[in-house]
Design a binder for this molecule. Structure first.
Ligand code: CU
Length: 479
């Protein structure tokens, strides 16, 4: 009897958990500026009084200032597209302008960027989130928080100043775990007004999982870049997949000159060193084409994810490489904003997982209290990975400074990121200056984890939104 009942009970419990999880992810209507108060009717009334006493700014009203900045305009159309890959396979993809990744958008620091998004036929609607780019709240592209998903036949124009040079990317933030993997993503590169050390070539490679194939710039068989021996090449790598990518550079020593678009101060020369990129992260490399043969940047796990640079014989795979660690890479900088770390607020976030939900502090999505801050505050976030895989944690609208790992302070260059790869049992302390009022998502960029609850808000006091997440509006940013 017991033997018969056990599996029934197990299946029943699993089904209950499953439907509980579905319910969590599909609330009917949630105001992400006010979701904890909305859940608690008792405090709701008092909050209304509070809100009327302090000044209130709708996210919609937070826009790029009018300036004389040069304007760059782009048109982007999201559509269902049958894509024929270079391995002969045809993929039913969702694309921007007919390709996945979508067009590489390159602008210059200081440009006013205007991108009009059209949706041809993606039924659930689409948005564009500018990953890592510090944009005004209304331009962040999060369905149900900063705008409604753009439905077929509709359009939305994004407008912001590209103030920080670096390597960024974009992707839909409506049903992100589905839409990014279907192909709605691309690279966004901001070139500096004055290039410091001009590279002979500047190439960008976005790695993604399209359907079941790993591709770089849409190719399953890698990229080939020609060039003269001795030429300096800048390689901008973006991890647009959900998995952590371990990369090797063979045939030439190299430097990691930027992470998540932010320069490393005096980066040292690396050799026989691999590096791991969490989902959503970008690494910029600088290397010289060797006198004989080629340099190869490649993934250790996916054969086709590689960039071959130069002519001639490929280098032999190097064994026994060590793993790059930013804890002591480069040198300290005088521009470091945290010489004396004192904080106005601190938040502890524990990233974890139980059977069907990914959690922050044991809760999922809209049940997680937001980090509520005031403009100008100095914030410390202590982030701990309690298991369930790698959690590359991304904060919208801000660049944060990594202070320490497992209690050990950084000794090299200051490291500024928008996405930090955390591994099991690691604890990172992050410093965030609250300098961009808005309603900002903070979530795991393994978008599967985000879709299962590892997603919360960093909200500025007094910022409101008229948009709603939920089945009623159809805005489901992280499904
Ligand atoms: Cu995760």
């Amino acid at each position: 009897m017991g033997l018969l009942l056990a599996p029934v009970i197990l299946i029943g419990a699993a089904a209950a958990l499953y439907f509980w999880q579905i319910r969590l992810q599909k609330p009917e209507e949630i105001n992400m500026a006010d979701h904890m108060h909305a859940m608690d009717a008792m405090s709701h009334a008092s909050h209304q009084m509070e809100a009327s006493a302090t000044s209130v700014t709708p996210c919609d009203a937070i826009r790029a200032a009018d300036t004389q900045a040069p304007v760059r305009t782009f048109e982007m159309t999201a559509a269902q597209t049958a894509l024929k890959l270079d391995n002969g396979k045809t993929v039913e993809a969702w694309t921007f302008n007919g390709s996945s990744p979508g067009p590489e958008l390159r602008v210059t620091e200081g440009d006013r960027v205007m991108v009009t998004l059209h949706n041809k036929d993606i039924e659930e609607g689409v948005t564009i989130h500018w990953h890592g780019v510090v944009v005004p709240c209304s331009q962040d592209g999060v369905a149900g928080v900063t705008q409604n998903a753009v439905l077929p036949g509709e359009e939305f124009t994004y407008e912001f100043i590209a103030s920080q040079p670096g390597t960024y990317w974009y992707h839909s933030h409506q049903m992100s775990s589905i839409q990014a993997e279907k192909g709605l993503l691309g690279q966004f590169i901001v070139e500096p007004k004055q290039a410091k050390a001009a590279a002979a070539q500047d190439i960008a490679g976005l790695m993604q999982k399209l359907d079941s194939s790993f591709v770089i710039n849409g190719r399953t068989k890698g990229l080939e870049v020609s060039g003269k021996p001795g030429d300096t090449v800048r390689v901008r790598l973006t991890n647009g997949a959900n998995d952590t990518m371990e990369m090797a550079v063979e045939g030439a020593p190299y430097r990691i000159i930027a992470m998540d678009g932010n320069d490393i101060h005096e980066p040292g020369l690396l050799d026989h060193t691999n590096f791991q990129m969490g989902a959503g992260q970008r690494y910029d490399l600088l290397l010289k084409i060797p006198e004989q043969g080629t340099a190869v940047v490649r993934s250790l796990t996916e054969e086709g994810l590689k960039i071959t640079i130069g002519e001639g014989a490929e280098p032999v795979h190097s064994a026994n490489n060590i793993l790059f660690d930013f804890l002591d890479y480069g040198t300290a900088s005088e521009d470091d904003p945290v010489d004396q770390p004192t904080f106005d607020q601190t938040f502890d976030l524990r990233l974890g997982q139980n059977l069907f939900v990914n959690t922050i502090n044991g809760k999922s999505f809209h049940e997680i209290p937001p980090m509520t801050v005031k403009e100008g505050e100095r914030i410390k976030i202590t982030l701990t990975n309690e298991g369930g895989g790698d959690h590359p944690f991304h904060i919208h609208g801000h660049t944060f400074r990594v202070l320490s790992r497992n209690g050990e302070a950084l000794r090299g260059s200051p490291v500024f990121l928008d996405t930090i790869l955390t591994k099991k049992d690691e604890t990172y302390e992050l410093y965030v200056l609250a300098n961009n009022p808005g309603l900002w998502m903070a979530h795991c960029h393994n978008l599967m984890h985000a879709s299962m609850g590892m997603s919360m808000m960093l909200n500025y006091e007094g910022v409101t939104t008229s948009y709603r997440v939920g089945t009623k509006s159809g805005n489901l940013p992280d499904l």
